[in-house]
Design a binder for this molecule. Structure first.
Ligand SMILES: Nc1ncnc2c1ncn2[C@@H]1O[C@H](COP(=O)(O)OP(=O)(O)OP(=O)(O)O)[C@@H](O)[C@H]1O
Ligand SMILES: [Mg+2]
Length: 1051
């Protein structure tokens, strides 16, 4: 195991309160980012737009994967399931100590263990009273089962098992007393039901806080509340009410540990909890839900950093698959459970948010915190104030920003104790980067107590980021599975070796006999590269464009031997059947041809359902090769023994080092593969550029506030004034010095000073009618600026400033004559502006669709400014003299698509009708749902638009789900997409309560292609959602029943 390198850069004044102004930074030697070319995506028109409202349409699209390898995980579940049952039985009464090894039943080679931090002081407890849990029996009993399950695992996963067994044997095995004994405080008098420990603690606090006069009232409220609670959550909690004594004891242990841990955290900076200040149960949950037995050395070192103990901000950076997430999750749990604060976790894409919701819901249920989704059109602003449970908000970058704004506005930002940002390098990526920068800058400025943690595998100019975030830095080169990098030029494979002069050294010749016809079809010898790996192991081929993915998949299977068809034949047939089912009878012809060979393509042209099914099949080893675009390049845990980069391009742009690193980082994922390698296919002409790529450092991360002027700089200025963070020119100036732009200002604003840019920006906002005040004259730098209602609506709705006036005008015009015969007019108003530039209507389809509208609906076209004559002339190819705004024409066309979607609820038939890819149509739908929720928040701030509130609320619901009404309650559960909802509904699971109370075992039996892990995640997510809804109602009840403190009295 690599020796961790600790690189903690201390702040000049450790432990001191954060300073808000910083010294200017020296410009970096690397070329100016302003000149850098913006990445153009290979993901189609929608993918290229950067939507104002949510991160669904970027080059990584609305990527939707399941966490990890499901077949592997499903089988590990079996072991786990059995193990858990036995573990419950193995819990002994207080005082009974079970000696021995942690896993005596396993041959030594297969022993694995959780490491207890060596320098961690275990909880002081009276040994005689200590409550101890044995894991011995469980492992004994499972040995046989483990072996049989191992027999069924795909070979790549078997190798992983073996490797891990070797590793764990070689690594430290803590003394039995450390590894197996869970010492806890013996006072078990407060046995509470599941997830009630926070509840209990809160009650205690509240009783102490309350004055004695109000005690009896409070008591009344409590009992009524409890009554309501059990009525509302009755079904969902039915299982937890029937807790066994063992379960109660476990809960009591947990409760006690958490109290001690909380007190410890409050009183000391030394971690003395059994598991990094957390209850032992957390350790068990990581083992149970993630299969993690032992922390890596670096993870332990990082968690023990002084900066973390003292809650200072931290950036940490490790290679892909280094295990960064686990550290973040432990810190999150410390904040939620021990410090009793809410936490915000920011992730780059909607699908990754949903995946995280699924995987953390089970932790929430077990440990008693809420997990709330802020992605797409989901999320409440401001969030519901919870009195009892703490919340983990999991958000996209855009929704995270809106959430922070709403918390600052309601003066609740201090409730958030921690913000975790995954993929921190996103700070440098366009409008999304600008939004992330604004969020973090506001937090730094508005909340002295909110800790910020950022992580990434691809950071270079860390110094700038540290200055911006006032953070310390930890880095390490650890990667659990070695990744070997190669490039291929003609038939020679070179190993990448940055120590040599040209960056690579000869490795081997590719040995494969090519016929002349094959040579013609596959000049780059992709088949030779792939067949070295598949079908035994998995392989990903990254291709520059979507079309290229499909071509590569078709080409490869055309020349594969028949034997490839035989590999897991039945499962592949089932997969095609499944795709047919979700495609309402149709399957993409390319997939139909490639899947029998274990091959598929994967890009944003697929629907979410298709993508999910393909990923699941690939994870399970049914498919062994995916030809994919960069949609699969970030933060994904899919098995890949080999990653091939078809060419060093993404669309027409040469690959960037960061992209290269992320793509190859998909090979050799810990827990899935035992080895990983990447091969970049290079043409002679690109040799020099590839040498540069290999020898160059990772790209620097630069502020995008200036590049994205309306979505960046101007939006920030407006919200600073609106939120009263900075209300004079001088204050705004001060604030801007503390942004990343402020840190990099000498490099990024060479021609004009930052203060001039700010002055100009504020002036423009005044001219646009978004701000009021004067800043242009010299002595007005202290004049107070205020936000107008339109300004407030704009920043609250997260509307791009480039469109806010237009949106206002269109909504206003709508008030004079909104056509409400159908939802077409409303759909037009909520079609995102930034989707229109890449849309090129098919005029015949346009006309056909227009002709199918009713008379009233046709009027919509006229009202918005697209006359019928224009469409007719365009369709017949005649010249147009009249000037018609193409953005409006395109927007109307896209609203026809949305209209058809809501009517038919069938993406396939609509995509056929409009000759668009089904993935594109689905992306349009998702971004419309998201934008509609922004428009709703915009309208809520402007009195004159009161009427839109009810209309939009209903429309958002339709756009968010776009399915038959009966499926909506099921699709509210994170990760349940339409196909799964249909299956569940047909099997009799018709409501959220049905899902929350479902038995995962029964689900697995009743629902096709559902692994045990997925079933458990669905049940956990449903339970979490139900509990969150019930809690919200409870809060309302409490609020209603609260006795006002200022009731007039006669005394
Ligand atoms: N201590 C551990 N023991 C075993 N497996 C681990 C451990 N820590 C993390 N893993 C596993 O390693 C895999 C990769 O971890 P993770 O997703 O955190 O990587 P990452 O550092 O975030 O990589 P990327 O930068 O690519 O997102 C996951 O499947 C995770 O469960
Ligand atoms: Mg990650």
């Amino acid at each position: 195991m690599a020796e961790p390198r600790l690189a903690v850069r201390r702040k000049s004044c450790p432990g001191s309160v954060r300073k808000r102004s910083r010294a200017p930074v020296q410009p970096s030697a690397v070329c100016s980012p302003v000149a850098r070319k913006r990445l153009s995506s290979a993901e189609g028109p929608l993918a290229e737009t950067s939507c104002a409202n949510d991160s669904e349409e970027d080059m990584f699209g609305d990527y939707d994967s399941l966490c990890g390898n499901d077949s592997f995980l499903a089988q590990v579940d079996d072991i786990e399931h059995k193990y858990l049952q036995d573990e419950k039985l193995a819990i002994k009464a207080p005082g009974e100590i079970i000696p021995g090894n942690l896993q005596p039943g396993l041959p030594q080679k297969k022993q694995v263990n959780f490491s207890i931090p060596e320098n961690t002081v275990t909880l002081k407890a009276d040994k005689e009273d200590a409550f101890q849990v044995s894991e011995r029996g469980a492992v004994d009993n499972n040995q046989e089962q483990t072996d049989s399950i191992l027999d069924e695992l795909p070979s790549s996963q078997l190798l992983y098992f073996e490797k891990m067994a070797e590793l764990s044997f070689a690594s430290r095995i803590p003394p039995a007393s450390e590894g197996m004994n869970k010492c806890v405080n013996p006072s078990l008098e407060k046995i509470r039901s599941t997830s009630s420990f926070c509840h209990g603690a809160e009650h205690r606090n509240r009783h102490t806080d309350s004055s004695s006069d109000s005690k009896s009232d409070l008591f009344k409220t409590e009992s009524l509340k409890d009554h309501l609670k059990s009525a509302m959550t009755g079904n969902a909690k039915a299982q937890t009410l029937q807790v066994s004594k063992t379960k109660q004891l476990q809960e009591a242990v947990l409760s006690e540990e958490i109290c001690v841990a909380r007190k410890t955290i409050e009183s000391s900076s030394v971690d003395i909890g059994p598991f990094y200040g957390l209850p032992s149960k957390v350790k068990d949950l990581f083992r149970q839900f993630r299969g993690i037995e032992m922390l890596y050395d670096w993870q332990h070192d990082c968690l023990m950093l002084e900066s973390l103990q003292q809650r200072r901000n931290l950036i940490y950076s490790l290679p892909t698959s280094g295990g960064k997430t686990l550290v973040a999750e432990i810190i999150i749990l410390q904040e939620l459970l021990c410090r009793q604060k809410d936490v915000l976790m920011i992730l780059p894409y909607v699908a990754i948010v949903q995946e995280k919701i699924r995987s953390l819901s089970s932790f929430g249920i077990e440990l008693g915190f809420l997990v709330e989704e802020y992605a797409g059109s989901k999320g409440r602003f401001p969030p519901i104030k919870r009195r009892i449970k703490k919340s983990l908000y999991i958000a996209t970058i855009e929704k995270g920003h809106a959430l922070v704004n709403s918390l600052i506005e309601t003066e609740r930002i201090d409730d958030v104790g921690l913000i975790v940002v995954d993929e921190l390098h996103m700070l440098g990526e366009g409008s999304r980067g600008a939004t992330l920068e604004m969020t973090l800058a506001k937090i730094l400025y508005a909340s002295k107590n909110t800790q910020i943690i950022g992580m990434s595998a691809t950071l270079n100019n860390v110094g700038d980021l540290q200055k911006f975030l006032q953070a310390e830095y930890y880095t390490n080169n650890f990667r659990p599975v070695e990744l070997k990098e190669y490039i291929k030029i003609q038939d020679t494979i070179y190993a990448v070796d940055s120590k040599t002069e040209n960056g690579f050294t000869f490795s081997r010749l590719l040995n494969f006999k090519y016929s002349s016809s094959l040579e013609k079809a596959d000049p780059d010898h992709i088949i030779a590269l792939v067949t070295e790996v598949i079908p035994k192991y998995s392989c990903l081929i990254f291709c520059p464009t979507k079309k290229n993915c499909e071509n590569v998949a078709s080409m490869v299977c055309k020349y594969l031997k028949k034997e490839f068809r035989a590999h897991r034949e039945k499962e592949k047939q089932d997969l095609i059947k499944n795709l047919k089912y979700i495609g309402n009878g149709s399957v993409c012809p390319v997939l139909k041809q490639t899947i029998p060979f274990g091959i598929a393509y994967h890009h944003s042209g697929l629907t979410n359902d298709e993508r999910k099914i393909i990923e699941e099949a690939y994870s399970a080893g049914i498919l062994c090769l995916l030809a994919c675009t960069a949609t699969l390049a970030a933060g994904v845990n899919l098995p890949a023994r080999r990653v091939i980069l078809r060419a060093p391009y993404v669309a027409n742009d040469f690959l960037k080092k960061n992209q290269y690193k992320q793509m190859i980082g998909r090979a050799g994922r810990a827990g899935i593969d035992s080895a990983g390698e990447s091969i970049l296919i290079v043409q002679e002409k690109d040799k020099r550029l590839v040498q540069d790529l290999i020898n160059s450092p990772l790209e620097n991360c630069y502020s995008s506030l200036l590049l994205e002027f309306t979505k960046g700089m101007q939006t920030l200025l407006l919200s600073l004034v609106g939120l009263k963070i900075a209300v004079t020119y001088e204050e705004v100036n001060n604030f801007m010095c503390s942004t990343l732009l402020g840190v990099q200002r000498q490099l990024l604003s060479k021609e004009r000073s930052l203060s001039e840019i700010i002055k100009d920006g504020l002036q423009k906002l005044i001219e646009k009618g978004l701000l009021k005040g004067r800043i242009s004259e010299d002595n007005h730098s202290k004049c107070t600026l205020t936000v107008t209602p339109l300004g407030k609506a704009t920043y609250k709705g997260s509307i791009d400033l480039a469109y806010c006036n237009l949106l206002y005008r269109e909504l206003k015009k709508g008030l004079e004559g909104l056509i409400l015969e159908s939802n077409l007019h409303l759909l037009y108003l909520t079609t995102p502006y930034d989707t229109t530039s890449n849309c090129s209507p098919d005029w015949m389809i346009y006309l056909r669709q227009f002709n199918q509208l009713s008379g009233a609906e046709q009027k919509v076209a006229d009202i918005v400014g697209v006359p019928e004559s224009f469409i007719t002339r365009k369709a017949s190819g005649q010249a147009i003299r009249k000037n018609v705004d193409s953005a409006v024409v395109n927007r109307l066309y896209l609203s026809f698509v949305l209209y058809a979607l809501l009517k038919e609820t069938d993406i396939w038939s609509v995509s056929e009708k409009f000759n668009m890819s089904r993935g594109y149509v689905q992306n349009l739908l998702n971004s419309a749902a998201s934008f509609a929720s922004c428009v709703l928040r915009f309208c809520e701030e402007l009195k004159e638009f009161w009427v839109y509130k009810a209309l939009l609320t209903e429309l958002i619901k339709q756009l968010t789900y776009c399915v038959k009404t009966e499926l909506i309650p099921l699709m509210e559960v994170a990760g349940v997409l339409e196909a799964r909802a249909k299956q569940l509904y047909n099997a009799g699971y018709k409501t959220l309560a049905h899902l929350a109370n479902a038995d995962p075992e029964t689900l697995v039996k009743m629902i096709d292609h559902l692994s045990r892990r997925q079933a458990k995640q669905i049940v956990s997510s449903a339970k979490m959602l139900l509990s969150e809804k019930a809690e919200a109602l409870q809060e309302e009840v409490e609020e209603l029943l609260k006795v006002p403190t200022d009731i007039p009295t006669t005394y």
